[in-house]
Ligand binder design. Structure first.
Ligand SMILES: [Zn+2]
Ligand SMILES: [Zn+2]
Length: 366
């Protein structure tokens, strides 16, 4: 039986360990086996590794992946676009698989399915074991939305698209961004950088970005932000005042919270115009107390919405977006360093340093 290697997380404080797993001899109907070309280390994986989030263990982490089809189960011959799917195709897929039958699936919120399975979140003691990205191979459950990646999209742009970019596509759709609107994006991590590009291509009038990391703010500028402010700058004052100054005192039409800081919300509410819309996507830690004056929601007639992950169709839109527009953006710089699988712990250290938007694992030379 052929074997494959994967990096296994066992407990907080222990290095990840590269282990050998048997490749499945049979692929069940509508499932697939892929070779991992590249995985990128998401901030959420670092939360697990450093004990800020609890996941089942032992676990093969990694959900931001671009792969190559090695085997297809019976009945899987088309991708999410309806195009033929074949062995050898370069593909991305939704980070989660849902049941298509529960109440949330019926409500068109498959990412909240009661039987949800997420790649990089499933104990690797259970078959089919190889369900995370820090591995040479990954098994795709039946029902996974798989999309072929056009040749023009690099692995560096494609790997993280099924996490941050697809979520950003959902954010822009949910908030109903319209041409000519002014936007404040709170956070210049990968979600924020993708939002800058999406807002630019949606013909936003002006895009403001805040973060505490000067390198990321510089990258946001190069993605097309009109003004970038460092919210840790002692002389910056209240950012909401800056936003109003740049909008003739009116305030922004739309704000996106993608920084993970609950304190950002009251400033965002203050910066929105009357009738403005606020999309919250970054607050994933329990206890994110907003400390918000609710009176402002009423009197300013604001809309406040949250999203978590995305619908598989948003991943299809994300890939189409990259195909059309990625060449105009410095996507190659999103991945600042790459490591082979056996150096997974060096890769984690590099990712945790905060010096790079993403660090990649390349399990085998491609
Ligand atoms: Zn991710
Ligand atoms: Zn379901």
């Amino acid at each position: 039986m052929a074997a494959s290697h994967a990096a296994v997380f066992t407990e907080v404080g222990k290095p990840l360990e590269v282990c050998s797993f048997d490749l499945p001899e049979q692929i069940e109907p509508r499932a697939a086996l892929c070779r991992v070309r590249m995985s990128t280390i998401c901030g959420s994986d670092l939360h697990t590794i450093f004990g800020r989030r609890r996941e089942p263990a032992p676990l093969i982490l990694g959900h931001e992946i671009v792969g190559e089809v090695v085997a297809l189960g019976v009945g899987l011959d088309r991708d999410g676009f309806g195009s033929p799917l074949r062995v050898g195709d370069r593909v991305s897929w939704s980070i989660m698989v849902s049941c298509a039958a529960c109440a949330y699936c019926d409500l068109d919120l498959p990412q909240k399915c009661v039987k949800l399975r997420k790649y990089g979140h499933t104990c690797c003691d259970d078959p089919p074991q190889l369900t995370g990205g820090y591995a040479e191979h990954i098994y795709l459950f039946p029902g996974t939305a798989i999309f072929r990646i056009p040749d023009a999209i690099t692995d560096e742009a494609a790997a993280p698209a099924n996490c941050a970019l697809a979520t950003a596509v959902n954010a822009v759709e949910t908030v109903g961004l319209r041409r000519g609107e002014t936007v404040w994006i709170q956070g210049a991590g990968l979600l924020g950088l993708n939002l800058v590009a999406l807002c630019r291509e949606a013909d936003a009038e002006r895009v403001f970005v805040t973060d505490t990391n000067p390198q990321r703010l510089e990258l946001a500028r190069r993605f097309g932000a009109d003004a970038c402010w460092n919210s840790a700058d002692p002389g910056i004052g209240r950012i909401a005042d800056r936003v109003r100054e740049h909008t003739s005192g009116l305030g922004a039409d739309v704000a996106f919270e993608v920084c993970g800081s609950p304190q950002a919300i009251s400033d965002g509410v203050a910066a929105l115009r009357i009738g403005g819309r606020y999309l919250v996507a970054g607050l994933v830690s329990p206890g994110s107390d907003l400390g918000l004056d609710g009176n402002l929601l009423t009197r300013k007639c604001l809309t406040l919405k949250g999203i978590h992950n995305y619908h598989p169709r948003h991943l299809g839109q994300a890939i189409q977006f990259l195909d059309r527009h990625a060449a105009r953006y410095p996507c190659a710089e999103l991945v600042g360093a790459a490591f082979p699988l056996f150096q997974i712990n060096d890769a984690v250290t590099a990712a945790a340093s905060g010096r790079f938007v993403r660090v990649a694992i390349k399990p085998v030379a491609v």
